[in-house]
Design a protein around this ligand. Structure first.
Ligand SMILES: Cc1ncc(COP(=O)(O)O)c(C=O)c1O
Length: 561
């Protein structure tokens, strides 16, 4: 048995609180001071490294140690807080770098990002012009708050208002979509003098105590009082009782106002394409009909554009425009900042005036760095004509996916607009039975093939394709080919619980299924650490940083067995 203490780099492991023990072809890691033991075989370790025949033992160890240390920290300090997002979670993926529509894990493996950090990276990961704006503003002034005047905030507010139709001209900056929807609901209640809010079933509007009330997916709702919220029938063309007939769903809203409220409501909130709910587009014309009813009942209409805004739908800049309706309040976040913590509420001067009765204040809302970044996002989207691009690439993607639907029974529905696309998987097209287990397997299989998508819908059986807007037709083709391949392999099995990994002819040729004896020899007999990273120039920045640490290790050090 060899323990990590015999290795020079064991110092790093030891200070990180990790023992590594190699026993034959298996190894285990023991975390000091915790009961956690993470047993792992050598080939499992190597699965975390791309193309193991090309990597050297030391690089493998560096990657593995880093991975396990990270896993340990997540398990101890973070997992309880992120477990609720398990419908979209890649628990085994450590993403360390991003470039436009691509992400890299710590072993340097590249992934096509078709989910954009949950529809957030609008222009592309680390887009150079957005980075420049953030860095330049950070050098001048990071924080001031809106108690002072500042050009970045004013310029951003003006630019954002210029993108809005009608009299939507007053902008409140916040830090997230949840905050934006909280504020919008507050405005609706204050302005209307009523309490009741109407929201759609299958909606997601946030995770705070207030917005959980608006959200209507049991997977995201804690059992707390949700206030006076009325969840009406979802005008879902695929699963809804009335198909695409907006007038029937709208009539149900009127019934609800007449029978389930005092006749007066504070407001109505809806996404135009439900994101978390699985890229469900509302029946055409629905919003216009419902906005009229809600206004007649004294309420205001809120469009949640957290996912659908900024040209992603291709045909329009805002999702509500696809329904020919103009809301009274628009909430936005995610794509507005390309990854910066930023959100906004835009409303009319009339509604904003009720907020002036008290002090409405948000310490970081309108932060100069986020404002400079947000303004850069708007400029990049215009300069790079991303709305048109989303339309072109989106039609190509949806076209190819629709063809794939003809080939594979499991694809029950392909829907969406621009680069906001959903693929709903079912085990029975007629019954529309959610293919929950199959979706989970395909999700992992796509990851192995280098494609990251999102999962959504109440049953987690919808793939959500919402990439950075620079995603191109080649990327779309790669995604569809990968999905085609993965589904073909899945359908080659008739197990109750399909396991793509057990397919002997799977696409796993780049991943080891057995320990390669040569590699094992290389691992244990590794001569020097200088030869460890021959292709250093090709490695992403994170890996280079890693190498520097390892280069501190004396050269020509022999591993003694
Ligand atoms: C439509 C919609 N609204 C609101 C939110 C909440 O945004 P945040 O997570 O930034 O609070 C989300 C988040 O996924 C969302 O998709």
């Amino acid at each position: 048995m060899v323990t990590a203490y015999d290795y020079p780099f064991a110092i790093h492991l030891y200070t990180a609180g990790i023992d590594i023990c190699l026993v034959g072809d298996s190894a285990s890691m023991v975390v000091h001071g915790h009961d956690t033991t993470l047993p792992i075989s050598l080939d499992e370790m190597l699965v975390h490294c791309e193309a193991p025949s090309r990597i050297t033992a030391a690089k493998a160890i560096a990657v593995i140690v880093s991975f396990f240390n990270l896993h340990r920290l997540f398990t101890i300090y973070l997992l309880p807080t992120i477990s609720a997002s398990n419908s979209t979670l890649y628990a085994q993926l450590n993403i360390v770098e991003g470039k436009m529509q691509y992400l890299f894990d710590e072993s340097g493996k590249r992934y096509l990002d078709a989910f954009a950090g949950i529809v957030t990276v609008s222009c592309g990961h680390c887009h150079p012009q957005i980075l420049d704006a953030i860095v330049e503003q950070s050098k001048l002034l990071q924080h001031a708050t809106t108690i002072y005047l500042h050009h970045a905030i004013a310029d951003f507010g003006e630019a954002l208002a210029s993108k809005m139709p009608g009299n939507l001209k007053v902008v409140y900056f916040v830090n997230s979509g949840t905050e934006a929807n909280e504020l919008a609901m507050l405005m609706a209640r204050l302005y209307s003098g009523n309490l009741g809010m109407i929201a759609l079933r299958n909606a997601y509007h946030g995770g705070s105590a207030g917005t959980i009330g608006l959200t209507a997916l049991n997977t995201w709702k804690y059992p707390i009082p949700q206030g006076e919220i009325h969840h009406v029938m979802n005008p879902d063309p695929y699963r809804g009782t009335f198909g695409s007939d907006a007038s029937h769903y709208a009539k149900e809203v009127q019934d609800h106002i007449d029978y389930g409220t005092s006749g007066k409501v504070a407001g109505f909130i809806a996404e135009t394409i439900q994101g978390v709910g699985g890229a469900v587009e509302l029946a055409p014309g629905y919003l216009k009909l419902v906005y009229d009813m809600v206004r007649k009942a004294g309420g205001v209409c809120i469009a949640d554009e957290v996912q659908t805004g900024f040209g992603r739908t291709g045909s329009h800049y805002w999702g509500f425009e696809t329904q020919g309706a103009i809301p009274d309040i628009v909430t936005m976040a995610k794509g507005i900042g390309n990854g910066l913590p930023l959100g906004a509420v835009v409303t009319t001067p009339e509604i904003a005036s009720v907020m002036a009765q008290k002090i409405q204040f948000n310490t970081f809302g309108g932060n100069p760095v986020c404002s400079a970044g947000g303004l850069a996002v708007l400029r990049v989207l215009d300069k790079e004509k991303r709305q048109q691009h989303c339309s072109d690439v989106g039609s190509h993607l949806i076209g190819r996916l629709s063809n794939l639907q003809q080939k594979h029974e499991i694809i029950g529905d392909v829907r969406g607009r621009g680069l906001m696309v959903g693929i709903e998987l079912v085990t029975d097209r007629k019954e529309k039975t959610p293919a929950k287990a199959e979706t989970a397997v395909l999700f992992e299989k796509l990851r192995e093939l280098g494609v990251l998508v999102g999962k959504g819908g109440l049953h987690g059986n919808v793939f959500r394709i919402k990439p950075p807007m620079c995603f191109n037709k080649d990327d779309a083709d790669f995604l569809v080919d990968a999905l085609d391949y993965a589904i073909s392999k899945l359908q080659g099995h008739d197990d109750d619980c399909p396991k793509v990994n057990s397919d002997p002819e799977g696409a796993d040729s780049t991943l080891p299924t057995q320990v390669d004896p040569e590699l094992l020899g290389g691992w244990l007999g590794c001569e020097t650490f200088v030869a460890v990273f021959p292709g250093e120039g090709d490695l992403p920045v994170y890996a280079k940083r890693h190498i520097k640490t390892l280069q501190d290790i004396p050269l020509n050090y022999k591993v003694h067995l």
